[in-house]
Ligand binder design. Structure first.
Ligand code: SAM
Length: 372
């Protein structure tokens, strides 16, 4: 046993502790009375979802269902439990929107969920872990374990048959894999500035997707600085996913290794909102007029979430003459309100907040449509 007070290598202020202080100061203001419960959830073991690999030949769906799992995307009706939302005012709003949802028309829009994306989760309050996925006879793994809330930005992106799609910050590839499960994409461009992480992404793709879907006609993998994407390609893609680097709140609270709250990374952490803004602007430029951009993070931070989106909307108009409109993701949150706990009352975008009974997230997402 290490005697902490004598251990020379023991950090006086471990990054996880610094992260907790920082979050206590900022999120107690931002989230108010929600923060203590979110805090407890974030300090507890997170819950995973198993993204089913349609390219795998093993029938694992039945096995997982027999273990008590449910595909949260297609089996929504079976979820007869009351909503996770506790705020009565929000509840009232939810119920009124639910009526409009039945008419499939909230804010005049409809979310078309791909029937091919399946993600299995254990029931609410059940913290059973998934076993590691096994390869089928062709060496393809049957499922990919990820935060189930990370599938939501991919569903929200609403990829349609024949679309050209850019995944600007793609490694290690959970969202890329989700997008590929749709089998609707004509051409997918995946990028990540980190060469080592891009190698990991390649490995993931080869472990899950047959070679014939990874040809040069269908897929391009690059390691460019995404902020410079405008120098390469503009007004090209029907859909762009901008899943930016952020303070990865859960990781920062639980792992001292590779922690952005490490004192030597203060500068990098402070520059994050600027980097996020530049990446989002590059993603906006890469989309074609009429195309849609999905910005996502895994932080609760308003500065890295709504703050970045607000600035991007202004700068896209002022510097590039691009008009954008924010697309409501309310239909999506209504569909999945029995699986995830969503932050109430965000004026821009939606956010899954961790909850002890549904310990997914945080995931923030905001969808923008290019009007010009
Ligand atoms: N979308 C990924 C997934 O679902 O597995 C996770 C992406 S992670 C949140 C953010 C990624 O952004 C990191 O892999 C990081 O290497 C990459 N990144 C950081 N700066 C970048 C830049 N300037 N251009 C492109 N990618 C960048």
């Amino acid at each position: 046993r290490v005697k902490e007070k004598w251990a020379a290598t023991h950090a006086k202020h471990p990054p996880t502790r610094l992260a907790l202080h920082h979050f206590d100061a900022t999120y107690s203001v931002q989230l108010g009375k929600l923060w203590p419960s979110v805090r407890v959830a974030m300090l507890s073991e997170r819950k995973y979802g198993a993204l089913l690999n349609n390219f795998c030949h093993d029938a694992v769906l039945v096995d997982l269902q027999a273990k008590g799992c449910r595909d949260f995307i297609t089996n929504r009706e079976e979820d007869a439990m009351p909503s996770l939302e506790q705020n009565s005012e929000t509840q009232a709003q939810d119920e009124s929107s639910d009526v409009s949802l039945k008419k499939s028309d909230i804010d005049g829009r409809q979310i078309n969920l791909s029937p091919n994306i399946k993600c299995l989760v254990f029931p609410r309050g059940d913290v059973t872990r998934f076993k590691p996925a096994r390869p089928d006879a062709y060496g393809l793994l049957s499922y990919y374990l990820m935060d189930a809330a990370s599938v939501l930005p991919c569903l929200a992106l609403d990829v349609q048959e024949g679309h050209n799609v850019l995944d600007l910050c793609a490694a290690p590839g959970g969202k890329t894999l989700s997008l590929l499960q749709t089998q609707s994409i004509r051409f997918l461009c995946v990028n990540d500035t980190s060469v080592s992480r891009t190698m990991r992404l390649r490995k993931v793709l080869h472990s899950y997707v047959p070679k014939q879907f990874l040809t040069d006609e269908k897929l391009r993998i690059t390691s460019f600085d995404g902020t410079k994407w405008g120098d390469i390609e503009r007004s090209t893609f029907d859909r762009v996913l901008v899943d930016v680097p952020c303070t990865t709140d859960r990781h920062s609270l639980t792992e001292d290794d590779n922690n952005i709250f490490n004192k030597i990374r203060v500068g990098e952490r402070r520059r994050l909102p600027q980097l996020q803004l530049e990446l989002l602007l590059a993603g906006i430029e890469a989309a074609c007029p009429g195309g849609e951009i999905l910005y996502s993070t895994c932080t609760l931070s308003q500065n890295q979430n709504q703050g970045v989106v607000e600035q991007a909307i202004c700068l896209a108009r002022e510097n590039h003459g691009i008009q954008l409109e924010a697309v409501s993701l309310r239909p999506l949150t209504q569909m999945f309100r029995n699986t995830f706990h969503f932050a109430p009352g965000l004026h821009l975008g939606e956010m899954v907040i961790p909850h002890l009974a549904a310990n997914f997230g945080p995931i923030y997402m905001c969808k923008l449509k290019r009007l010009t």
